[in-house]
Structures are given as C-alpha cells and as structure tokens.
Design a protein around this ligand. Structure first.
Ligand code: AMP
Length: 133
C-alpha cells in the first residue's frame, strides 16, 4: 500500500483540499511553494500514463478544477504543473503556484511550514474552491 493509499484510507493524515469519489487533492508535505498541491486518483496505479483513459482524463479535469481554486487562494502568476513520480509509486500531478521558472525546480531545497500554516493554506484553498461550485 502506498503512502498516498494510506491517506485515501484515512490511515495517515493529510491537509486535504478537494475530494471526489475517484480523486483526492492534498498539500504536498515538503512544498516548493505555499499551496503546492498533489492530485491523485484514489486507485493505486504507479505510473500516471498507465491510467486508463477515463481515469486519466478525469484526473486532468479534477486537476484543472483544483488549479482554478488554487490560483484564487494563493497569490501567484500561474499554477505550474509537474509529473515526477520518482519518490511515491502512486500516480500524482504536482500543482505549484509559481511566479518564476525557478519555482518549479525540484532540486531546490523544499520549504517548511508549521502545521498551523499548512492548515490555514488548505482552508484558504477549500474556501476558494467552494466559491467555484
Ligand atoms: P515524486 O514521487 O517524486 O513526485 O514526489 C512525491 C511527492 O510527494 C514529494 O513532493 C513529497 O514531498 C510528497 N509527499 C510524500 N509523502 C507525503 C505525504 N505523506 N503527504 C503529502 N505529501 C507527501
């Protein structure tokens, strides 16, 4: 079971920002920027491009919805998108609020926020998404 499946199952906590029957979005615990979000299919599939077409396109549409709320919640120029997947073998898309191209540099040291800050960021994103409903 991947660490993300444990989040889906509620076995370990996460700062969730959006959820559907098939997908989940939560804050990356070692973010490159405030509001760095991961969107995942709940189904445990390692490689993003191994998802079947329906689950894959659904994930992209879910990512679009989350990115729209994210951009309202966090001051930034754009939401950057990245797929890495070298660390956690459970398909996921990184959504990263960005102002400069260096904001998407995964080799950079990660930021660290307190649990209170992460909680507040997740709340801001959830609120922005509610306004889009
Ligand atoms: P990668 O598989 O290379 O795309 O990286 C996995 C990402 O998941 C990294 O950015 C980690 O910081 C993030 N991550 C790992 N464990 C957790 C967790 N329990 N909650 C939130 N994010 C996580």
């Amino acid at each position: 079971m991947t660490i993300f499946s444990k989040i889906v199952a509620g076995e370990i906590p996460a700062y969730k920002v959006a959820e559907t029957i098939d997908y989940l979005a939560f804050l990356d615990i070692n973010p490159l920027a405030e509001g760095h979000v991961l969107v995942i299919p709940k189904k445990e599939v390692d490689y993003l491009f191994d998802l079947d077409d329906e689950l894959y396109t659904g994930l992209q549409i879910f990512a679009k919805i989350v990115a729209t709320g994210l951009r309202k919640a966090i001051s930034c120029k754009r939401i950057g998108v990245a797929v890495i997947g070298l660390e956690v073998p459970h398909a996921h898309i990184h959504l990263i609020p960005m102002n400069n191209v260096s904001d998407l540099n995964f080799a950079r040291p990660k930021l660290s926020f307190t649990p209170e800050q992460l909680h507040a960021t997740a709340e801001k994103i959830r609120e922005a998404l509610k306004q889009d409903e």
